[in-house]
Design a protein around this ligand. Structure first.
Ligand code: AOF
Ligand code: ZN
Length: 362
């Protein structure tokens, strides 16, 4: 049914969709290409929630030529009136003859109805072109819809002997420059990055993408005591939003200081990765990057707030019985109880290794 050319066009959709990475939440990443007689006559991508969908940009780009043409899109065209009118209607009115789509939309408002409407209008629909790649592109969006929580990624860098810092707490730097550049790119694809109070006190990070044009995720700090420094890079760099979660009635003095710096402070009755993720879901986020220390990382894993791991391993040995490791106590006593990652891929980045994989679903 599908040819190498069709797959090439779908990869082009994925490439276009990625231009808006980190900027579409709660919406998906979508790209679209319109082809006639083997030539691309229009293309587009969805730039952000509330804006027209990818198919609409592609149709506008193609103009009248769209009549009788084939459209490629990595997600099933929508069939509902949401923030924008249904794309199926626009495709039918433009006279599109054939639709290749990457995956069925998990959003219950669409989920098969888009395909049905197109077929009812006499349009040929081919489903599942490069489906695995299309699913990976939108893994955070799919998780958000399915579990009503943002998709959690835990990222850490450790030495060959499994330490994220020396026993003094000094950690600059574990991984090499290429790995750290990759982390900045990873941040640019996420909607938020989360750390605990300890990381603010010890590392005083910026948590930005260090790049003028790249998107910066929301910076989130979890601190039960609100025992945070008055001066911190996070509060000073006000061009990127910061949100601090704490428990009710902690440290009103610092609370006021943070508000003065434009930092939003949210008091939760119980502060945990689960309650924070619930809040971030309500806020419309799709993906959250945990860049915290081992204690919070273990709590996040235990709370089901982590789905994916990015572990950078540097060929260095620091030693130290008290040197911290990336994941604290999970209460697991036997090696047979270890959480074994699935769909693992291993990349080498200069002299570091990156292991990417998914935690088993509970
Ligand atoms: C997008 N961009 O290119 C496509 C989407 O609130 P709305 O009206 O923007 O609708 C969002 C839903 O539309 C989204 O959850 C998904 O199901 C569908 N398709 N969404 O943001 C697009 N094609
Ligand atoms: Zn649409």
């Amino acid at each position: 049914m599908e040819t190498p050319f069709d797959r090439e066009m779908m990869q082009r959709c994925i490439h276009l969709a990625k231009k808006a990475q980190g900027q579409t939440a709660p919406n998906p990443l979508v790209g679209s290409v319109i082809v006639k007689e083997g030539q691309i006559i229009g293309e587009g991508f969805h730039p952000g929630a509330g804006q027209p969908h990818a198919e609409i940009f592609a149709l506008r780009n193609a103009g009248e030529q769209a009549r009788g043409a084939t459209i490629y899109v990595n997600l099933e065209p929508c069939a509902h009136y949401g923030r924008t009118p249904p794309c199926t209607k626009a495709l039918i009115e433009a006279g599109i003859a054939k639709v290749f789509l990457g995956m069925i939309d998990p959003d219950y408002r669409v989920c098969g109805k888009g395909i049905q409407q197109l077929q009812d209008a006499g349009i040929e629909v081919i489903v599942g072109v490069c489906e695995a790649d299309c699913r990976k592109l939108n893994e955070a969006f799919i998780h958000r819809i399915r579990y009503q929580r943002p998709f959690g990624i835990l990222k850490y860098a450790m030495t060959l002997d499994g330490k994220i810092a020396a026993s003094t707490g000094h950690s600059a730097w574990v991984s090499g420059t290429a790995s750290r550049k990759m982390v900045h790119q990873l941040r640019a694809t996420c909607d938020a990055v989360i750390i605990g109070g300890n990381t603010v006190r010890r590392d005083n990070p910026y948590l930005t993408t260090h790049h003028e044009k790249a998107h910066n995720p929301l910076r989130v700090v979890m601190s039960r005591t609100l025992d945070l420094p008055l001066e911190a890079h996070l509060w000073e760099t006000q061009e990127v939003s910061t949100l601090v979660f704490t428990e009710i009635k902690t440290n009103p003095t610092l609370h006021k200081q943070l508000l003065k710096h434009g930092v939003e402070v949210i008091e939760l009755p119980v502060l945990s990765p689960a309650t924070v993720m619930e809040h971030l879901y309500q806020k419309g986020l799709c993906s959250v990057l945990w860049e915290c220390g081992g204690t919070l990382a273990a709590k996040a894993i235990a709370d089901g707030a982590v789905q994916k791991i990015f572990a950078f391993i540097a060929p260095k040995i620091i030693g130290g019985n008290m040197a911290p490791s990336p994941v604290g106590d999970l209460g697991l006593e036997k090696m047979t109880d270890a959480l074994e990652l699935e769909n693992v891929s291993i990349h080498s980045i200069e002299s570091d290794l990156l292991i990417e994989g998914y935690l088993p679903k509970k």
